[in-house]
Design a protein around this ligand. Structure first.
Ligand code: BT5
Length: 321
């Protein structure tokens, strides 16, 4: 409900009267005041002048209501924002196992104590600056196509960040968001499935937004970057998250309506990997070759140095000059 008030106040320079809010939302004036109080507690600066009404002065850069007011709430069922948790993916997994959250739930944290990447690698997750979120879905695709979820999320994130910041964000197979060859975000898709059916998919997204480059730990200082580091500007995390969710809704609908080709085409346009000589590290093995394409399941098609075609489902890519 607070998000509906926000919707009425947003983008207006003038005051909106308490009476009109109360009649638009069908609640009492005291009810309006309570919701305004709730928004203020989330960090919104709202001016209140007797006989004039309410005016939104400033929004916090991360808030549930700001996100809810910008997305399709029939599609996204619930937005949950936490100050600090272990890992948004792990919480999503625990809650979905207990069946206390439904598909279309989005779990967001301001910081994570044990944010994770693939293979339980650490994801650096400091407070107050970045995006850490997990989306819970039950997609109607087969488990062998699960990489398409990472592809969908990569497309959604790259477009959202590019549109908001003007940076040319690219995707490195299979799950990296990059700017100028540096890692700006990553995606971790986890599924629980039966042989022919995905029961639950959790798509985890981490994006470095307003983090200062100098605060990066030593091991990723040269390989990672943030939007702030590249543009010098601070961006609203709520805006970027809302755009990501809107884009994801679009790609899910596209995939449902036999739009796999469109999804893969967009991914290839944004990819830094296809058409390059690469080293693919899979476990302890390195495979050298030419990245020819990805197939319909999102697997990398690699022409090895001995001329053999290999299809690779997961690995770490180094692009060779
Ligand atoms: C990923 O793994 O890139 C997936 C990262 C997904 C993180 C999100 S945050 C919300 C959700 N909840 C979670 O617990 N996780 C997801 P991978 O490709 O394995 O890359 C991990 C590697 O990236 C690490 O080993 C570091 O080298 C590097 N790294 C760690 N933190 C980073 C950061 N903040 N920015 C850039 N690189 C980072």
């Amino acid at each position: 409900m607070s998000s509906k008030i926000l919707y009425l106040l947003k983008g207006k320079d003038s005051f909106v009267s308490g009476a009109s809010i109360s009649s638009d939302l069908g609640i009492t004036r005291a009810g309006v005041w309570k919701k305004i109080k709730n928004l203020r507690e989330q960090g919104f600066i709202i001016e209140a002048v007797p006989s004039k009404g309410y005016r939104l002065i400033r929004s916090p850069d991360l808030s549930e209501d700001a996100i809810i007011s910008q997305i399709n709430n029939n599609f996204w069922k619930k937005i949950m924002l936490f100050k600090s948790i272990d890992s948004t993916n792990d919480l999503a997994s625990r809650l979905s196992a207990k069946k206390v959250i439904e598909t279309g739930t989005v779990i967001i944290a301001d910081s994570q104590s044990t944010g994770k990447g693939r293979l339980r690698r650490k994801w650096f997750s400091p407070a107050g600056v970045n995006i850490y979120l997990s989306i819970v879905l039950r997609p109607e695709i087969e488990p062998k196509d699960a990489t398409l979820l990472t592809i969908m999320a990569s497309n959604a994130c790259a477009s959202a960040i590019s549109e908001t910041t003007g940076l040319d964000i690219r995707i490195k197979w299979p799950n990296d968001l990059e700017y100028s060859g540096k890692k700006l975000g990553g995606i971790l898709t986890e599924i629980r499935s039966e042989p022919d059916k995905i029961n639950i998919a959790i798509i985890g997204i981490g994006i470095n937004v307003n983090m200062e480059g100098k605060t990066l730990p030593d091991d990723i200082k040269t390989s990672a970057t943030s939007i702030k580091n590249e543009t010098g500007n601070i961006f609203s995390r709520s805006e970027i998250i809302s755009l990501i969710l809107n884009n994801l809704e679009h790609w899910q609908e596209t995939l449902k309506n036999n739009g796999r080709t469109l999804l893969l085409k967009k991914w290839k346009e944004l990819s830094t990997t296809i058409g390059k000589n690469v080293k693919v590290t899979v476990g302890k093995n390195n495979i050298f070759g030419f990245a020819e394409d990805i197939d319909d399941e999102g697997r990398l098609i690699l022409r090895t140095q001995s001329g053999i075609e290999q299809k690779i489902s997961a690995g770490d890519i180094t692009i060779l000059r």
